[in-house]
Design a protein around this ligand. Structure first.
Ligand code: PEP
Ligand code: MG
Length: 323
């Protein structure tokens, strides 16, 4: 199997009937790039920038961030790189920010909520991203968007910083795609409205499942509710993909579900455009896709969407595709 996968490193990701998708990698630091290239990723679908901010005593400055972002886009050599703005809070803390303890950190002051409030910190990151955009194919993505207003505010700040940099004569790409993570059910439901304003969606199923099922993703006792194949989740994913295509936009997925062999036929059937996963899952996923057809995947997901339970969906996919 390993040998078969190795042959696929430089191959496109396409199904037996010629439908192409993008298989991208999730990274946490520029040090992950070797794995990305060795495993034949067609891009970076999620660069989690919070690691730049963690394990230290103060915020990283603009120059330091710029160097990290520039390194990633340069090394990816024109391939798309989706960089997510700071997603701190929830399970990830930054002691030096001195944030108040919260009763429900996952429902609290985190990610874009915190960035819009601490806008000096956010604007520093945006400037670093804008400057790095001149060196490759950089896309910017906001995490934990719950309302259109949050997206508009974030985008407004980005445009202001872009204007200021251009005025100073700094080189900035003029066509940076700006997207959002879909990890809150309200945003999935409102996808048709969002799709008119964003350039792309990336579905964060790790959080989307947690918020849809109201089951803490870290809590073993409720892990039985953590159900990627629940038709409720599949329906939300469908709403997002359909809404994006309606407006000529694209949808990716960067939660764990994107690299899961049981989910892959379903996501293919739903028309997912980009699958972003840990680098080591890319070649197995490419191999799996090469043996599927889009047509059979569409038929299968149509059935799955009408099923009653996650278990039914799982059994059906295993029986149909995994033997
Ligand atoms: C997600 O929520 O699916 C996601 C990719 O983000 P994180 O795991 O960093 O919360
Ligand atoms: Mg998330």
């Amino acid at each position: 199997q390993k040998k078969e996968w190795a042959k696929l490193v430089n191959e496109p990701s396409s199904t037996m009937d010629g439908h192409q998708v993008e298989l991208a990698a999730n990274i946490g630091t520029p040090n992950d790039l070797d794995g990305v290239k060795n495993n034949g990723a067609e891009g970076v679908g999620l660069y989690r920038t919070e690691f730049l901010y963690m394990g230290r005593d103060e915020l990283p400055n603009e120059e330091e961030q710029f160097q990290a972002y520039k390194k990633v886009v340069e090394e990816m050599n024109g391939k798309p790189v989706v960089i997510r703005t700071l997603d701190i809070g929830g399970d990830k803390e930054l002691p030096y920010l001195d944030l108040p303890k919260e009763m429900n950190p996952f429902l609290g002051f985190r990610a874009i909520r915190l960035c819009l409030e601490k806008d000096d910190m956010f604007r520093t990151q945006l400037r670093a991203l804008l400057r790095a955009s001149a060196f490759g194919n950089l896309k910017i993505m906001f995490p934990m968007i719950a309302t259109l207003d949050e997206f508009r505010q974030g985008k407004q700040m980005l445009e202001e910083e872009r204007g200021a940099l251009l005025e100073k004569g700094v080189d900035v790409s003029r066509d940076i795609e700006i997207g959002i993570m879909v990890e809150i059910p309200s945003t999935a439901v409102m996808a048709p409205q969002f799709a008119k304003e964003v350039d792309f969606f990336s579905i964060g199923t790790n959080d989307l499942i947690q918020y849809t099922m109201a089951a803490d993703r870290m809590n073993e006792q409720v892990s039985y509710l953590y159900q990627p194949y629940n038709p409720a989740i599949l329906r939300l994913v469908k709403m997002v993909i359909d809404a994006s295509h309606q407006e000529g936009k694209w949808t990716g997925m960067c939660g764990e579900m994107a690299g899961d062999p049981i989910a892959i036929p379903l996501l293919l059937g739903l028309g997912l455009d980009e699958f972003s996963m840990s680098a080591t899952s890319i070649l197995p996923a490419r191999s799996q896709l090469s043996k599927l057809t889009k047509e059979e995947a569409e038929k299968a997901v149509e059935k799955a969407l009408q099923m009653n339970t996650a278990q039914e969906v799982k059994d059906y996919v295993e029986k149909t595709f995994l033997n």
